[in-house]
Structure formats: structure tokens, C-alpha cells
Design a protein around this ligand. Structure first.
Ligand SMILES: NC(=O)c1ccc[n+]([C@@H]2O[C@H](COP(=O)([O-])OP(=O)(O)OC[C@H]3O[C@@H](n4cnc5c(N)ncnc54)[C@H](O)[C@@H]3O)[C@@H](O)[C@H]2O)c1
Length: 252
């Protein structure tokens, strides 16, 4: 198993991609800290059903004390933190609009959760990672940032910031043997994506698939191989990179 002995913290783990990352890493032997604003009981049940182990932790990634408490809980339960996946984000419920009509309060909240939350959660686990000899931070960005998705400039800006933060953090943390990478999925068939596109879901699915050289929509399981690879020692000299998992929509 590729992740035996590692402890992985996943934010936004209550459903969707976060849950899929938890299940995949648990199957590879990682001990999981499933963290979310919402209850992660179903995520933990799915992990245990497959013979894995994990704990659920309540967190608001936009709140520094809450992030510190998440890291402390991980240390209390498992004694180390090797992997952090910054997956929590405002995505599903966002109201799209032309850039001059976007809601200002939504803009601020997106920055607090998607950008500041990535910083705060990372900051909380860096000391445990240092004391454990290193680690892997995986920031979830999006094809939207690279492509420049229209009618969602707040989301696009937040995910572009995550790519910049990945590069800056990788430079700062390399000396501590902490790697920092970003993963940029195309639209993945989650309940969040269905909510995001609303009544345009079927049309969006077709357009997105037709822009991929491998022309089918992504399922959560299409992401998990990249996540396990970046969490594992197989990627031990890979850092600062943005990994497109998009069926070949965009070539960096
Ligand atoms: N699904 C896609 O097509 C897709 C594509 C590209 C990138 N992404 C990114 O992947 C991630 C997950 O996508 P998803 O479809 O599972 O999204 P989702 O909206 O279904 O899940 C996001 C999770 O984050 C949690 N969350 C939100 N705010 C939080 C906060 N302040 N603190 C803690 N948890 C919080 C939510 O409760 C939810 O469980 C997001 O970062 C999203 O931007 C998704």
C-alpha cells in the first residue's frame, strides 16, 4: 500500500471529491482526518466499510482557531500529519454572473474560504509536518482558473490565487521537506457540479466533454490516482506544480 503509516487531513471531506479522496487514501493505508463545516459521518462510515480508519473533525477553514483545532485533533488522534488536501471551497452554491454584476459579499466570502482558508489550513499543519520530517500539501484548484471560466470571476480569481500560493509555498517549504502541489480538475460529476451549473448541467456536460481530447466527463475516481500519487513518496521530488486532470482540455 502506497500510504501506509501516513496521516492525511482532507478539508471539505463531507461529500463529493473530498470524500472520494478520503476513501482512496484510506484504501492505500492512510489514516484519515475528514474535516468539514458539515458532518463527515458518512465519509468515515465509507472508509470503515472498506476496512480503513479515520476521524471526523468539524472545521471552518476560514477561521484560524478552527484550523489550529483541526491540526491539534489530528495530532491527538494519530500523532502526526503527513498530508493535507486543501479541498474545501465555495463552489457548488455560487451565483454566477457577468463580472460587473457579481455579488460583492459573495466575492469576499469566496476569497475568505478558497484563498485564505488554504493558507490557514496549511499554516496549521506545517509545524506538525516539520516535526514529522516533512509532508505533502495538495491544493485543489480548477481548470476554471487556467481557462478563464466566464461568469464566475470570483471563483476563477480564487482558484488562480491557489496556483500562485502553491508556487510560493513550495519555495518556502522545500527546505522542510514539505512539498506543495496543485491539482486542477475539469468539471467532475459531483452533486456540487450539478448545483453549480443548475439547469444548464446537461448542456455544460456536453460542451466540457467536447473540449477534452479524451472526450468523456470526469468522475471522482478519475482524480484519486493523482491524489494518491502526490500524497505518496512516489512524487517525492515533485513540488510547486499544477497537475491538470482534465481529459486533455488544456496543456500547460
Ligand atoms: N466538482 C468539480 O467539477 C470541480 C472541478 C474543479 C475543481 N473543483 C474543486 O474541488 C473541490 C471539491 O469539489 P466538490 O464538487 O466536491 O465541491 P462541493 O461544493 O460539493 O464540496 C465542498 C465541500 O467543502 C465544504 N466547505 C465549504 N466551505 C467550507 C469551510 N469554510 N470550511 C470547511 N469546509 C467547507 C462543504 O461543506 C463541502 O462539503 C473544491 O475545491 C472545488 O472548487 C471541483
Amino acid at each position: 500500500m502506497q500510504l501506509s503509516g501516513k496521516v492525511a487531513v482532507v478539508t471539505g471531506a463531507a461529500r463529493g471529491l473530498g470524500r472520494a479522496y478520503c476513501e482512496a487514501m484510506a484504501q492505500e493505508g492512510a489514516l484519515i482526518v475528514a474535516a468539514d463545516l458539515n458532518a463527515c459521518d458518512e465519509t468515515i462510515a465509507a472508509i470503515e466499510h472498506k476496512g480503513g480508519r479515520g476521524i471526523a473533525v468539524a472545521v471552518d477553514v476560514a477561521d484560524s482557531e478552527s484550523c489550529e483545532a483541526m491540526a491539534a485533533r489530528a495530532m491527538e488522534a494519530f500523532g502526526r500529519v503527513d498530508v493535507l488536501i486543501n479541498n474545501a471551497a465555495l463552489y457548488a452554491g455560487l451565483k454566477g454572473a457577468r463580472f460587473e454584476q457579481l455579488d460583492e459579499a459573495q466575492w469576499d466570502r469566496v476569497m475568505q474560504v478558497n484563498v485564505k482558508g488554504t493558507w490557514l489550513a496549511s499554516r496549521a499543519v506545517v509545524e506538525p509536518m516539520r516535526s514529522g520530517g516533512g509532508g505533502s500539501i495538495i491544493n485543489i484548484t480548477s481548470l476554471a482558473a487556467v481557462f478563464g471560466l466566464p461568469y464566475g470571476l470570483d471563483y476563477v480569481a480564487s482558484k488562480a490565487a491557489v496556483i500562485g500560493m502553491t508556487r510560493g509555498m513550495a519555495r518556502e517549504l522545500g527546505a522542510d521537506q514539505i512539498r506543495v502541489n496543485a491539482v486542477a480538475p475539469s468539471a467532475v460529476m459531483t452533486e456540487g457540479t450539478e448545483e453549480f451549473f443548475g439547469e444548464k448541467f446537461e448542456r455544460a456536460k456536453a460542451v466540457i466533454a467536447s473540449n477534452q481530447v479524451i472526450s468523456r466527463n470526469l468522475e471522482p475516481e478519475d482524480l484519486t490516482g493523482t491524489i494518491v500519487y502526490l500524497a505518496s513518496d512516489a512524487s517525492r521530488l515533485v513540488t510547486g506544480q499544477t497537475h491538470m486532470v482534465d481529459g486533455g482540455s488544456w496543456f500547460l
